[in-house]
Ligand binder design. Sequence first.
Ligand SMILES: [Fe+2]
Ligand SMILES: [Fe+2]
Length: 127
Amino acid sequence: MLPQNLQVNIPEIDIEHDHLFAFLESFKEYCFDRSPIPEEKRSALYGLLVSHFKTEERLAISAGVDFSGHEDAHEKMLETVSQALSQMASNNGDLYSLIRYIGYWFEIHILRYDLTLAKCLTISIVH
Ligand SMILES: [Fe+2]
Ligand SMILES: [Fe+2]
């Protein structure tokens, strides 16, 4: 369960954030004694990020919220993760740094972008 300050009070988003953080934890354990990380595991992590970002985009568009800056932030993050994952194909030495990066990125991103999106979504539901 995410700490209170990272909850945005839009259930669909909060559930996915919870799921993502839980996945990162299990990914860390899974990778502990496996090198290289199987392709399907790397794809699962990447796919989860893509799918979450699509959820936020869909919610924003359906509420008529401008999503361009937020979308840029998602795309830059995906680019970084994608590069790191492909370099890890033969060696997962940097895996823990990547997992820490993703966790840290999400904390900052939720506070800076997702909470703002949630406020706009809540306003659009009320009106
Ligand atoms: Fe998010
Ligand atoms: Fe986001």
